[in-house]
Design a protein around this ligand. Structure first.
Ligand SMILES: [Zn+2]
Length: 371
């Protein structure tokens, strides 16, 4: 009798495990390390800001499914809103939406508008190749995934120049996807995560918790299009949900990734005759702007995080002086240092790669220094 119970338990565990595996539930999990703040660099005397130029946080606006089928007027309406709020948007572009017969290069109006957006600071990143079926990479071997991603990358690179970011169609990815992205020198993946909000380095074994780190940053969003099915009746509720999710990330000190589709944003509500999605985005961006958010592209964010992860910072103190030394292969402006000086220290010298870049002998206790 007892043995039968055990058998039943084993069968249940095996079935449950197989289900989790087949749904690729792993795509929504993150390694344990990602629950820590990777940029925590505090000490007794100063801390390094997580964001450049003294910004309080970061909010990235990402829009999916830009393709051959995109209408320029729609993209243009979105562009006007992002410019208004100083946002550098990231457009996830499908190189051949629906099949190789529909390459984005056959819609030069959209291509030209995207190039113009890039000139203003926006980013074009890759979103599969055909996005068809919706979960394009699902069930594919590593070799097949590589072929798809390579084709997409070649198409976009030909038109827009180097591309560094990838969002898997319908967020479907596995460890093979990460390893392909690493091989093709992508800097980040913009997938989804249910439990974790911090960007992290994924692992290359089948175990999501242990193994070797992949040289790539995953910058996850919550897997929901915040403004899907928005109407004039439910718009304040949708906006409230979006702001609540944003506040949650902001309070944890994590960047927030706004995720939506062009189709959602440009849906015209029949009763009001308005673009409810676009107007909610406008409202949301006024809110984030009022909180002094940095609104970079995903690439700008990824480069910034890599910079902060790699920079070596040391300091020494003698009498009333503190010398801070920073060493880095990259040079990115905006590094922000929040001083927390004891009363007897007021002379601060900062050097970057052994060159003095800041000097002050009347520093206040809580000086904020932006390099
Ligand atoms: Zn998509």
């Amino acid at each position: 009798m007892v043995f039968r119970k055990y058998y039943a338990l084993i069968v249940v565990v095996v079935i449950f495990g197989a289900l989790l595996f087949s749904f690729n539930i792993q795509r929504y999990f993150a390694p344990l390390s990602s629950f820590e703040d990777p940029l925590q660099q505090d000490n007794d005397y100063f801390s390094i800001g997580k964001y450049p130029f003294g910004y309080n946080g970061a909010c990235m606006v990402t829009v999916d499914d830009v393709s051959f089928w995109t209408l320029t007027e729609e993209l243009q309406s979105l562009r006007e809103i992002t410019r208004l709020h100083g946002v550098h948007a990231t457009y996830f572009v499908i190189p051949a939406h629906g099949g190789a017969a529909y390459p984005i290069s056959n819609n030069m109006e959209v291509v030209e508008l995207l190039l113009k957006c890039m000139g203003e600071g926006d980013e074009v990143a890759l979103h599969g190749y055909t996005h068809s079926p919706t979960t394009e990479l699902k069930g594919k071997s590593r070799a097949d995934q590589e072929e798809i991603i390579r084709k997409g990358l070649a198409e976009l690179t030909n038109i827009f120049g180097p591309v560094y970011g990838f969002r898997p169609p319908a967020f479907w990815k596995n460890t093979a996807t990460y390893s392909v992205l690493e091989e093709l020198e992508f800097l980040y993946c913009a997938s989804a995560c249910v439990f974790n909000v911090n960007p992290y380095h994924p692992f290359d074994t089948f175990s999501p918790f242990f193994g070797e780190e992949i040289n790539l940053i995953e910058i996850p969003c919550f897997p929901t299009d915040y403004l899907a099915n928005i109407t004039s009746e439910n718009s304040s509720e949708q906006l409230f949900k979006l702001k609540t999710r944003f506040d949650g990330c902001y309070e944890k000190g994590a960047p927030f990734v706004f995720f939506s589709h062009l189709e959602t944003l440009l849906y015209i509500d029949k009763s009001s005759g308005r673009y409810e999605g676009l107007s909610a985005l406008d409202n949301f961006l006024s809110y984030t702007h009022s909180l002094n958010m940095w609104m970079p592209t995903m690439l700008e964010y990824a480069k910034w995080q890599i910079f902060l992860e790699d920079i070596k910072i040391s300091y020494n103190i003698s009498s009333n002086k503190i010398n801070i030394s920073m060493m880095s292969d990259d040079v990115i402006d905006g590094i922000t240092i929040y001083m927390n000086l004891p009363d007897d220290i007021n002379d601060v010298t900062i050097s970057f790669n052994n060159v003095v870049c800041y000097k002050c002998d009347t520093c206040s206790k809580n000086e904020i220094i932006i390099l």
